[in-house]
Design a protein around this ligand. Sequence first.
Ligand SMILES: Nc1ncnc2c1ncn2[C@@H]1O[C@H](COP(=O)(O)OP(=O)(O)OP(=O)(O)O)[C@@H](O)[C@H]1O
Length: 553
Amino acid sequence: MSSAPPSLVRSILVDFWRASRGMLLLVSVLTMVTAVVAVAGPYVFSRMIDRMQPGALAETVALGLVAYAVLVGLSSALQRAQNYLAHVCGEHLALIVSTSLFERLLHKTAPFFVEHNPVEIETAGQRGDQALVTMLHLTLGYLVSGSVQIALSLALIGATVSLEIVAVSVLYGAAFIALSVAADRRSTRYLEAAIAAGQENARFVGNALTGMETLRHFGAHGWMRSLFSQKAEAVFRNWRDYSLSRIGFAGLQGAALALQLGVTFLMLVPRMQAGLISVGDVVLFNTLLLALNQPFEAIGATINELAKTRGNLAPLQAIWAAPEEETTAAAEALRLSEGTLRFEAVGYRYENGRGVENVSFTAARGGITTLTGETGAGKSTVFRLALKSLEPQSGEITIDGRPLAGIARATWYGRIGVVPQDILLLSDTLSVNITLGRPVDAQKLRRVAHQAAILSTIEALPEGFETSVGERGLKLSGGERQRIAIARALYGDPDILFLDEASSALDAATEREILNGLRQLADRVTVIAITHRTGMIEPGDTVVRIGPEAGGP
Ligand SMILES: Nc1ncnc2c1ncn2[C@@H]1O[C@H](COP(=O)(O)OP(=O)(O)OP(=O)(O)O)[C@@H](O)[C@H]1O
């Protein structure tokens, strides 16, 4: 197993910063310039109002108003440009999240895919992705520009109107932000429940979709519909309670705003009467104060979103941190001259005490080594040990005399071919399903298809190897799927071939044809097959019986 993965947020942000720091800096600068222009516009306008006195130079006023119009236009253009650039950054972040997550999924261990279904993983990915992108937009669009706008507005109010009013505005801002934090604390439990219920629902939908045919056969529609409704309603209830729990705080925040405006206007009246401030100052003050509320609200909204982001990232974080296989970087060149696999008194017990004990056998070239035994005797467990999915708790497995424990899993996988019981086919062509990303060699493709006794079937199809197998290979029969899986395993020219009941879905004639084909390879490839049917065993094959008499359970 690899060491603990770096935290999701840190790892994503480091990658994001490396990939888009130029663009991020550009957006930040643009954001600051936008904030400066947004404050400069009202300032120029207020000064022009003061100049509109009888006897003032009409040209100066007109020039000032044109400058104001240009500033408003510039502010709007900068705002839009900044939004689009922030959108580009957001999409880049989403790209990094999805590719990093996919990369991690490629390394997850087998139990991970037993515990999590695709819909659940997809939903966690989308939620986490959106949460991070929303946070980026809030940071770039609100926090940076909001802080600059607040600082400039307060400085202008202080310089033109009074420092006391600045103090009132700061107090209001602090109260607004404190109320946002309190609202978050109170509603967090509804938020967490809503997100957990959403994830549970995604898991349920994933299970229902994979088992749709079976559910239909058992007339389980009504039952599933009512289970889905219950879960979807739980999601709705929790989101409803989350939103309702915040309404009271919205009222308090509105009251704080009214109080702030009322107090500051009352403070202005005596100054106006004493002629200390001009009409332009009042206009400027009103515009700035109203504009100032936006960044305060934005900071409050960001605090709220931060809580949501934490919640929305939790399912993705759990998937991110789930154990992974060792990386393929550990792969080394392994040459197997003889390909002799030996089990020496190997034992493995699952947590429930079941498993295998004292298993000894040698699988060599020259014939097929078949593992037989009662159901539940431990044949698949022996395979898992040979495939390094499990490590022996006692005894030793060797390959050409070298301990298997000392060979990296990636190296081992490079030398073996496996045909599992449950065959995975991608919704793609036969050719893609056999080669699975390895370089396409038309001659080799035909050779392995022939060895797997499926070449004539494929060549009879109008599109041959380019025929689509349908969603998860559902357009193929069970026997055809097995033969494609055998061709896929042979395509890597393995030194050792493992077949886990690989011919169970075939008729006797086809099974014999395939096994005879594999026997012809047996001088070059060690073939180990689990089988329940012993009728196909030929002289020269080795039979290994797993079970009590072999020292099993
Ligand atoms: N992941 C697991 N956790 C706990 N027990 C397990 C696990 N997998 C298998 N077992 C138990 O270990 C024993 C051996 O199982 P295994 O699947 O190796 O048998 P098998 O010979 O391949 O069976 P079959 O012929 O039915 O496929 C069984 O009793 C099974 O219940």
